[in-house]
Structure formats: structure tokens, C-alpha cells
Design a protein around this ligand. Sequence first.
Ligand SMILES: [Mg+2]
Ligand SMILES: [Zn+2]
Length: 199
Amino acid sequence: MALWKVHLSAPGQEPKRALFLDRDGVVNAERHYLSKPEDVEILPGVAEAMIKAREAGYWLVGVSNQSGLGRGRFTADQFHAVMIRFDQLLEEQGIFFDAFFYCPHAPEECCTCRKPKPGMLHEASEHLKWVPDGSWVIGDKKCDVALGRNAGFGGMLVRTGHGESNEEAVIQEFSEDKLVQVTDDLNAAVDFIVEQGRR
Ligand SMILES: [Mg+2]
Ligand SMILES: [Zn+2]
């Protein structure tokens, strides 16, 4: 597994709940194996949603499967250029991730960090104090939902990116599970989570 960054404000604070956000199709528009900085497009409402979540007391932690690295679809330099642009676009809208982790492996490498395996959650624990209770993974694929549920907290599917095509499989596998939810986008997801977290 790999660390992209930890913001200086993150370590050493009181434990907080965390929102673990998938990247592609959730924060930025889905592009098949995104490899060019000019193709990074932050989805509408995302910055607003992240600001709301931070104000409500959640860590913002990125967790992204980047098998394009392991498959040789793009280089580490290209990935870094995309991430620099990604951070820059978010900062222009007044928000940043507290920490960001990615899995650089192809599926056949059978690593311990490719979602839904929990490696990136464990790595996050080495960098910031977070509590599982009330935390959520938010993503556009079943593996994102499964990551949260396997670890004993919430899994939220959003309908952006690949979300709509994953919705049926998520509902089938997790029907009646109150810690699995489906919402239209990150903004709706954060509204739901913050509201539920107040109760
Ligand atoms: Mg995704
Ligand atoms: Zn991995």
C-alpha cells in the first residue's frame, strides 16, 4: 500500500470519525484509467460536501485502488501528476484531504490493500486517530461498500461514476443492512451521514 500524503494538521489530534472517500467517480469524474492531469475534473458539489463533513468533525481520508499502476496502464510519474492536479483543484475550492492512500497493485498480486481488503484502513491508523463507530466508506463500487462493512462500519454507494451499475449488486448483497446506504452523490451522502451522526 502507499501513502500519497498526510496533511500536517492530521496527526496528534483527538480521535474523530472518518469519511474514507474513494477517488474516481466520487470526487472526480470517472475516466477509464485516469492518467493525465488535464483530465481531472472535480464533480459538482464535492468541495461543498467535503467542507460540510470537516465542519461536522470528520476526517477526510482518500482510499483509492489504482491498479492502473500495477497493470502498467500508467506510470508512477503520471499518477503523481494527476494527484498534484487533483489536490490543486480541491484547494482552489477551499478544501483538502487530511490523508490520502492508494493501492498500486494489480488484482493478481493479491496484496492486502486492494479494496475491499482493509490494508489502507490499517495504514490510516498509523497516521491519524480515528474511531470506526460512525465512520463510513463512500464509493461508487461494491468493493467500497464492502470495505466499510468488513471493517464493521458504514458503506455508502453513490450513484456517480460506476455507482448506478453497482447499485443492484450492492442491494442484493447488503439488503436490510442499515449501515449500507445508496445516495445520489457525495453531497447527498454527507448530508445523510452528518444527520445520522447527530442522533
Ligand atoms: Mg471509484
Ligand atoms: Zn494493494
